[in-house]
Design a binder for this molecule. Structure first.
Ligand code: C5P
Length: 232
């Protein structure tokens, strides 16, 4: 019998605060961290580098699935709390490129393809190693780690998420338009929630936290209470 590896599945739409919560839990429990969204973003980047269109045709889907299956990626811890992971793709540092909004939009396009989701399945499962795992994504609790010990679905209204993103980008000195951000978040939600494979939806046994009217401290307190109850 293999030893049990405690797993926390954290799902929810873009901008719900999952990233902050995932980093907090991984630090608190000294668990590994899977940022599954980064893997979909990397498939999009690798596809663009290979000049493969992201359109949904059977041939493209097969090639994109193969790219996903062979993705050579490393997540390297940095000492910077604002940017805790450097990411390499086939040996090149791509951390900055991975976090752009364009990479997010490309990711949600390739993520609707079953071959890409299949191609990333084993890689995602391989992150489940002692002493434990915090898995951040859209289908962690439903498809990738259905056996997870704790499942949390973190959400917030699209308006609240757009406003948070707006503040983050303004803080970084970037010129952005709140309405454009809101529309982009809605389009991404629409794609993620309505795709045929692993759509974004809470697992039946997930704790749902709606953070629309909470600040991050309150969210962390709620998450901490749930995880402590389950894992100790
Ligand atoms: O979380 P992040 O914004 O990095 O995810 C980018 C996109 O990747 C999401 O909008 C979603 O379409 C896709 N994704 C997914 N399944 C996951 C993680 C991300 O479909 N487990």
């Amino acid at each position: 019998m293999t030893d049990h590896v405690p797993t926390i599945a954290l799902d929810g739409p873009s901008g719900s605060g999952k990233g902050v919560v995932a980093n907090f839990l991984a630090t608190q429990y000294e668990f590994h961290l899977l940022d599954s969204g980064a893997l979909y973003r990397l498939v999009g980047i690798a596809a663009r580098r290979a000049s493969i269109a992201l359109e949904n045709s059977p041939l493209n889907e097969a090639v994109l699935g193969e790219i996903a299956r062979r993705l050579d990626v490393a997540f390297i811890a940095t000492k910077n709390p604002e940017d805790p992971l450097e990411i390499t793709l086939f040996g090149d540092q791509v951390g900055h490129e991975v976090r752009t909004d364009e990479a997010g939009v490309d990711a949600s396009r390739v993520a609707s393809l079953p071959a890409v989701r299949d191609g990333l399945f084993e890689l995602q499962r391989s992150f489940r190693q002692a002493p434990g795992l915090v898995a951040d994504g859209r289908d962690m609790g439903t498809t990738i780690f259905p056996e997870a010990d704790v499942k949390i679905y973190l959400t917030a209204s699209a308006e609240a998420r757009a406003e948070r993103r707006y503040k983050q980008l303004i803080h970084k000195g970037m010129g952005v338009n709140l309405h454009d951000l809101f529309q982009s978040i809605q389009a991404r939600d629409e794609r993620d929630m309505n795709r045929s494979v692993s759509p974004l939806t809470p697992a039946e046994d997930a704790f749902v936290i709606d953070s629309t009217d909470m600040d991050i401290e309150e969210v962390l307190q709620n998450v901490k209470a749930i995880v402590t109850e389950k894992l100790g």
